[in-house]
Design a protein around this ligand. Structure first.
Ligand code: AMP
Length: 640
């Protein structure tokens, strides 16, 4: 298999089905993906499977399709019209069950609401909603009329929301009066009002009622959804859009202060999501599938909404926190709905591990058949607990590696094709069509057992179409480090059996509880506080969140280090970026260690923050003189 990363076939001989499919997909990707694409309903078949004009890939060019039609309309033409689409569980214990025909009715009505507000094909709509049924319904309603949705995670602050609105220049915002999180109100309308002072492009705001709290409604700008629904018609045709028409823009952190608007198209994205979902989760008609991710992340887009609904699956959508009102809330939900496929993050597992096994054993989890993990590498201890305590030693675990940019899972066991033997902590092998490899600094494949950069060597249908409004950044971020290869930003290693092990980010991006945050974003937030001159952000290992944020900051004259200042700064960063970015520790220092060229020596900071030995200093940037490093290190040691 020249040109691919798979080791000799001998290793795979028992896994003929997977290997055969993988081989075909890499040898003749266009034929392979055309076969997969025929599993969807197209209004018009494509003329060309792939136009590859590096670094831009256009899939299924000339084809016409609609994402809402795939996820809803085609099911209501079959017996699935009476099948459950969404089991929604509110944090308060309230619930709703939506069949596919109910979902159909609502997506049509919501699409009509958008039409009546003047939204049409290509317009951008920002959705800032809690985990309520209105969120997937609005996404599908946008897709129905060809509008492009941008979901902003409801845990984000006013500033983060405003930044995203300003980048999209959207005219419509959809929000709620409030959501619930751990029994407290998340006052989304108030936060939106604050954001709108900074984001003038928004002309109309649709507000759905969830918290039943009083909010300000600005006449002519703000509208209650339930009132708009009075004028909505019950059928809006699904717009056949070009396969390359953008379906959504989703923001993710990178190595600069400005989040990147990742643009995903429609046809290629749906083909990749539809096939990958089947391969990874082996979904069956009778499956009850629950992915705990918030819809505000890519996992929520592809693995809560588009992937499962393309298959007519029954999904669980839960509004609240895993441990509220009691620490067994998740297990209660698994039992209540008879969940068969459960997909979550290592952070979630580690958090619930702390409460012990008895809490789990109070529940009948015998419905579970398959478990999944996503967002960060799963440590073997958490893997074993998940397998034994949650899965009762009978459910395989699919450890799925992917990212916002890839649109869908790239490396994972694929029980929907053939289950390979699992190794706790390894995401196993690339999915068919995913030409993954691990290379060294010069772009050459590394030998088995050696760490390198994870790259993808040819385009795949779920690949991002670009970064909204910034083609140069798209080229620089993903295609310039290794020309001709997509750079993922992750370190990985392949063992002698060809299994992939993901080793975390190679760039200045942190993964806090599975959430991606650029160190520079946090540094920008820190220096926006009046007391801070300069800040450097690093992380230290955290037993639950994987990584915790640590800040080293120098202070303006007139400000003295104190616990009060530390708390104020923590609060400031939390309210600028949202709770995920809240620092675990802040160290005030008189000087940050830098190289002669002025680059902050983050590795020294990381060594200090995580209590690593001075030996780590050998890995510093080579421009730095050892003396300089030692002096800075000693100074830090004194001050920390
Ligand atoms: P996001 O785009 O927010 O989904 O973050 C993607 C990043 O999360 C990847 O680049 C990885 O660093 C990390 N990641 C996601 N899934 C896994 C996994 N199964 N194992 C290891 N790291 C993962």
């Amino acid at each position: 298999m020249e040109g691919t990363s798979l080791p000799s076939e001998a290793v795979y001989w028992p896994f003929k089905k997977y290997l055969g499919m993988y081989k075909r997909s890499i040898e003749d990707p266009e034929h392979f993906w055309a076969e997969e694409a025929r599993k969807l309903d197209w209004f018009k078949t494509w003329d060309t499977v792939l136009e590859w004009d590096p670094p831009y890939a256009r899939w299924f060019v000339g084809g016409k399709i609609n994402a809402c039609y795939q996820c809803v309309d085609r099911h209501v033409k079959t017996w699935r019209r009476s099948k459950v689409a969404i089991y929604w569980e509110g944090e308060l214990g309230d619930s709703q069950v939506l069949s596919y025909s109910t979902l159909y009715r609502w997506v049509n009505k919501f699409a009509s609401v958008l039409n009546n507000l003047g939204v049409s094909k290509g317009d951008k709509v920002v959705l800032y909603l809690p985990m309520v049924p209105e969120l997937p319904i609005f996404m599908l309603a946008c897709a129905r009329i060809g509008a492009v949705h941008t979901v902003v995670f409801s845990g984000f602050s006013a500033q983060a929301l405003a930044d995203r609105i300003n980048d999209t220049q959207a005219r419509i915002l959809v929000t709620a009066d409030a959501g619930f999180r751990r029994g407290k109100y998340l006052e989304l309308k108030n936060i939106s009002d604050e954001a709108l002072n900074l984001a003038p492009s928004i002309e109309k705001v649709v507000v759905t009622r969830r918290g039943n709290i009083p909010v300000n409604m600005k006449p002519g700008r703000d509208f209650w959804l339930h009132e708009l629904l009075d004028d909505a018609v019950s059928y809006v045709p699904a717009e056949p859009v070009e396969a390359t028409h953008p379906l959504y823009i989703l923001y993710t952190s990178g190595t600069t202060g400005k989040p990147k608007g990742i643009v995903h198209g429609t046809g290629g994205y749906l083909v990749f999501t539809n096939s990958g979902y089947k391969w990874v989760f082996d979904v069956k008609e009778e499956s009850v599938y629950w992915c705990t991710a918030d819809v505000g992340w890519v996992t929520g887009h592809s693995s809560v909404v588009y992937g499962p609904l393309c298959h007519g699956a029954a999904i669980v959508l839960y509004e609240g926190a895993p441990d509220y009102p009691s620490v067994d809330r998740w297990w209660d939900i698994v039992e209540k709905y008879g969940v068969t496929i459960f997909y979550t993050s290592p952070t979630g597992i580690r958090m619930l591990m702390r409460y012990g096994e008895d809490v789990v054993k109070r529940h009948d989890l015998s419905s579970l058949e398959l478990l999944g993990s996503v967002g960060e590498a799963i440590n073997p201890e958490a893997w074993h607990w998940y397998y034994r305590v949650i899965g009762g030693e009978r459910c395989p675990i699919v450890d799925t590696w992917w990212q916002t940019e890839t649109g869908g899972t790239m490396i994972s066991p694929t029980p929907g094709i053939e289950l390979v033997p699992l190794k706790p902590g390894s995401a196993t092998f690339p999915l068919p069509g995913v030409n993954a490899d691990i290379v060294d600094e010069s772009g050459k494949p590394v030998p088995a057992g050696e760490k390198g950069y994870l790259v993808i060597k040819s385009p795949w249908p779920g690949m991002l179409m670009g970064i909204h409004g910034d083609p140069q950044r798209y080229k620089d971020t993903y295609w310039s480090k290794f020309p001709g290869m997509f750079y993922t930003g992750d370190y990985a290693i392949r063992d002698k059996d060809g299994y992939f092990w993901l080793l975390g980010r190679a760039d200045e991006v942190l993964k806090i509880a599975g959430h991606r945050i650029g160190t520079i974003e946090i540094e920008d937030a820190a220096v926006s506080h009046e007391a801070v001159v300069e800040a450097a952000v690093t992380s230290r290992p955290d037993p639950v969140k994987g990584e915790g944020v640590v800040i080293f900051a120098t202070l303006q004259q007139g400000f003295e280090p104190s616990p009060e200042l530390k708390n104020k700064l923590k609060q400031h960063i939390r309210s600028t970026l949202g709770p995920v970015a809240t620092p675990d520790e802040i160290y005030f220092v008189s000087k940050l260690p830098k190289t002669r060229s002025g680059k902050i020596m983050r590795r020294v900071l990381k060594a200090v923050a995580s209590g690593a030995s001075i030996g780590d200093l050998t890995t510093l940037e080579d421009e730095a003189s050892v003396d300089e490093v030692k002096r800075a290190f000693e100074e830090l040691q004194k001050k920390v």
